[in-house]
Design a protein around this ligand. Structure first.
Ligand SMILES: C[S@@+](CC[C@H](N)C(=O)[O-])C[C@H]1O[C@@H](n2cnc3c(N)ncnc32)[C@H](O)[C@@H]1O
Length: 250
């Protein structure tokens, strides 16, 4: 590795809140389109699977929180699959939230029980033990302090409630993994930057942040150390993404 590429990697994995917020603010208009384009629409299926699992395995009624909700797709999926609850989505990018707000406007006449809020995952503006499900999809990797992000999610989760993380992971099957790594590192960043031009190279940051983030096993360990019980994992689409969920102790 050359000196330059080391410096570039350090910059790409810079997770200062200012940089991350600016990056998502600037790609917000392209975010949904590129998500569905790069994943061939599979990201929708991952969120559907996540929501179905969590609803099946959580006995508690009550409010649901989507942390780092971005443009709100996970929150909306919860709303599609369950009724008679309140749904909250929180994200620190105003532009991402604005897109979520536009989506819910087109849904119904503002009667829908979703609240999108601008706020920090590292300092959630909710009282402790408030939600029956606290979930994050493709967000935890971007949060400056993983430990603190998980602790905050756990704090606002009710005892016996469910905490869940959906995150990219690297597939383990050798041939698939080689092809995927090539696509992920050398194809996706160029198309992404070409379409969603932004000063922070968001689509180079994406593979770098995945490759330098915790493996699913490490996330499981973190959750165990925080006292989460009954932890389960489910690799999705050959392990391109992994769903991890568990229960907050009584
Ligand atoms: C890759 S997007 C995921 C959006 C959405 N959850 C989804 O499934 O598409 C990551 C989001 O995390 C948000 N984010 C990163 N760090 C955050 C923090 N500390 N507090 C709140 N939001 C944060 C970003 O603004 C961005 O919208």
């Amino acid at each position: 590795m050359t000196g330059n590429s080391v410096i570039q990697t350090e910059q790409l994995t810079d997770k200062s809140p200012e940089k991350i917020r600016r990056m998502f603010d600037s790609i917000a208009p392209w975010y949904d389109f590129l998500n569905h384009f790069f994943s061939l629409g599979i990201d929708r299926r991952w969120r559907r699977t996540m929501v179905k699992r969590l609803l099946n395995e959580t006995s508690l009624e009550g409010s649901i929180l989507d942390v780092c909700c971005g443009t709100g797709d996970l929150t909306l999926e919860f709303m599609k699959q369950t009724k008679n609850r309140e749904f909250y989505g929180i994200d620190f990018s105003q532009e991402m939230i604005n897109i979520g707000l536009r989506k819910i406007k087109t849904y119904q006449n503002n009667e829908i029980p979703i609240r999108f809020m601008v706020g920090d995952a590292l300092n959630l503006p909710f009282e402790s033990n408030r939600f029956s499900i606290v979930a994050v999809a493709f967000g935890l990797r971007n949060v400056g302090d993983t430990e603190r992000g998980l602790s905050e999610m756990l704090r606002v989760c009710k005892p016996n409630g469910t905490i869940a993380v959906l995150e990219f992971s690297m597939p383990k099957q050798p041939i698939f993994s080689t092809v995927y790594r090539f696509y992920f590192r050398f194809v996706l960043p160029y198309i992404g930057q070409f379409l969603a031009r932004n000063q922070d190279n968001a689509y180079s940051y994406l593979p770098e942040s995945v490759l330098t983030f915790d493996e699913p096993e490490e996330l499981v360990q973190r959750l165990q150390l925080l006292g989460v019980t009954d932890i389960q994992t489910q690799p999705l689409t050959f392990g391109i993404a992994t769903l991890i969920w568990g229960r907050k102790k009584q």
